[in-house]
Design a binder for this molecule. Structure first.
Ligand code: MG
Ligand code: MG
Length: 604
């Protein structure tokens, strides 16, 4: 495994809390961002001592800006500045200075001129037992490409001068990686990594605000790590992640995710070192935590939706409801995990059972990713901590967990609903990145592109995490704006939770006709939606009338069709969706605003 490091700029808080979080998360090294010294009461030598006490190594001081290619008198002044940095490094106890390529309009072009400057800097560094690493910023005045930075280092030809590779600056520009394996490994002084979502914006704001941890973005990091492997680089890999959400999140949470992301990164380069990703198969069960009154209401709704209560717990207030392959546990027991969860969050989903192909493999992976495996008392299954302290039980297919329950009825023989299509969770924006990394690394789920759903009060970001077979689909929703519907669910949950569960039917019209007869209250959709639908697709009169009659939302693609309808919101906290897919892989994004508007109308 590469040696792990992180730049202090990646975390929020004062320097002491950052450093503590970094040490606790298990990092070996840290890169100090000079500005962070301002938040430390004490001398640089005391910072250095504090870092060493924590068992961390100070890998580098950064950044040293606007150095190479300057005319006089700026050139001489730059060397004076460098000497002051060396003094600081001596006090701190680090030997590496990160020099990033010049962005000053005064900088002159020419690789030889820059090499000349780096040589002299290297000579001054060497005399003090130090080294300088040269990094190409994607927006440097003359040097933006890592190959040019390396060429400068090569021409400088000084033992104390090496290059620093930063995955963001390289991959965001789409530079070819073929030159990386040709750099001698001892001349790569440090490797910085960051991922990022694909965004249409300038390199500078993209880099300063939207970098993310490996596994959270869309840059081709696998290829980058392979190139590094070919270069036989063996030094520190340091996360340098400028991200607005991380700057607002608790440092220990980001540090833990960050350390996990390096394990993920290492796995990209050496998949043989971790237990293989087990297949995630689907949702084994969903457990609702409710009080006694809510249990009666929820069970009434489930019965109308065609579910049958098939099992009772012999001595606790726990019922299992089934239909097709769907299993819902209604837990209103006055003791246990679900009860405590309900006290804190209200009526909500407190646990999901995830079916995996191999339980031992999944647990091994969880351990490799430093995730504690829990053994809650409610069910005889191991669990991982899920969103907002909920539980993710892990299980292999089969119903051994039901063995303690008393059967009271058999499941319906002609179910209206066959299986869980997707589960949508709402969370704060920073958590979306956490869970994206978790589902991708531990469970091997694929991340879809991020979609933005316009809510009348702001944008909601939506990201689907799914297995290749599409038997497990989780939709993660987050919103920055406090007034969006997603945020209101968030506030109601104190942090995040399941917002809706979509159930699949093979015949949505028959299913909704049966619901109508059973008195299920569905979410009414405004008539204007259907006018728009007619204009959009030119649907046949009869189909349009049926959609209208049952308040069904509809989406058409070149190859397929999607039908969806929603129940009214239960206890103001969650709702069910009924979907029918015909050769369709999405989630009805074009209908989301209509659904949200209809829900807001219901509330008003
Ligand atoms: Mg960098
Ligand atoms: Mg949905």
């Amino acid at each position: 495994m590469y040696r792990t490091s992180i730049a202090t700029v990646s975390l929020s808080g004062d320097l002491k809390s950052k450093l503590r979080a970094i040490a606790q998360a298990g990092f070996e090294g840290v890169e100090l961002f000079e500005q962070d010294l301002l938040t430390f009461e004490g001398l640089p030598s005391e910072v250095g001592a504090f870092i060493r006490e924590l068992g961390l190594r100070l890998v580098a001081l950064q950044p040293f800006r606007d150095f190479e290619g300057l005319p006089e008198p700026e050139r001489s002044r730059a060397f004076e500045r460098a000497e002051r940095k060396f003094d600081l490094m001596e006090a701190l106890g680090t030997d590496l200075l990160l020099v990033c390529s010049n962005v000053s309009p005064k900088a002159l072009p020419g690789l030889d001129r820059a090499a000349e400057d780096l040589y002299e800097l290297g000579e001054r560094a060497r005399q003090r037992g130090m080294r300088v690493g040269f990094e190409a910023l994607a927006w440097g005045k003359h040097i933006q490409d890592y190959r040019d930075a390396w060429e400068v280092v090569r021409r400088a030809n000084h033992p104390a001068v090496g290059t620093i590779l930063d995955s963001f600056h390289i991959l965001a520009q789409g530079l070819p990686l073929s030159a990386i394996p040709r750099i001698p490994p001892e001349k790569i002084f440090l490797v910085q990594v960051a991922d990022a979502p694909r965004l249409e914006m300038g390199l500078l704001p993209w880099s300063r605000h939207f970098r993310s941890l490996p596994g959270q973005g869309q840059l081709p990091l696998t290829a980058f790590m392979q190139a590094l492997g070919e270069a036989r680089y063996e030094g520190f890999i340091s996360l340098e992640v400028f991200n607005d959400q991380f700057r607002a999140a608790p440092p220990h949470e980001v540090a833990q995710d960050a350390h996990r992301s390096l394990i993920y990164l290492h796995e990209l380069a050496h998949p043989e070192n971790l237990p293989p990703v087990p297949q995630s198969l689907g949702v084994g069960f969903v457990e609702f935590a409710v009080n006694e009154g809510e249990a009666a209401q929820l069970e009434d709704l489930l019965a109308r939706l065609g579910f049958v209560c098939t099992h009772h717990h012999p001595n606790r207030q726990i019922h299992l409801w089934q239909q097709g392959q769907i299993r819902f546990v209604v837990n209103s027991d006055p003791e246990g995990f679900a009860h405590n969860y309900q006290l804190l969050h209200g009526a909500t989903v407190c646990a999901l059972g995830l079916e995996v192909s191999s339980l031992p493999q999944t647990l091994e992976r969880a351990q490799a990713y430093r995730l504690p495996v829990l053994e809650p008392s409610d069910w005889p299954l191991p669990a991982l901590e899920g969103l907002e302290g909920s539980l993710l039980y892990l299980m292999e297919p089969g119903n051994t967990w039901l063995e303690g329950l008393t059967p009271v009825a058999s499941a319906p023989t002609h179910p209206l609903l066959g299986r869980i299509d997707h589960i949508a969770q709402v969370m704060p924006p920073a958590k979306l990145l956490t869970w994206r990394l978790f589902y991708r690394s531990v469970l091997g789920l694929e991340a879809s592109d991020l979609t933005e759903i316009p809510d009348p009060k702001g944008l909601i970001e939506s990201q689907a995490m799914q297995n290749p077979e599409r038997t497990l689909r989780l939709v993660l929703n987050a919103s920055q704006h406090t007034e969006t519907l997603a945020s209101r669910f968030l506030n109601a949950y104190y942090g995040g939770g399941v917002q809706h569960i979509a159930l699949e039917t093979q015949d949505i019209f028959a299913t909704l006709a049966a619901f109508k007869q059973a008195g299920v209250e569905m979410l009414p959709i405004p008539q204007t939606y259907y006018l728009d639908l007619e204009a959009r697709y030119g649907l046949e009169e009869e189909l349009l009338r049926a959609l209208k009659q049952y308040s069904i939302l509809y989406e058409q693609t070149e190859q397929g069709e999607f039908f969806q309808a929603y129940t009214k919101t239960f206890a103001d906290l969650f709702f069910f969706e009924v979907v029918q897919r015909r050769n369709y892989d999405g989630f009805g994004a074009s209908n989301a605003s209509a659904r949200i508007a209809a829900q807001l109308q219901q509330r008003a």
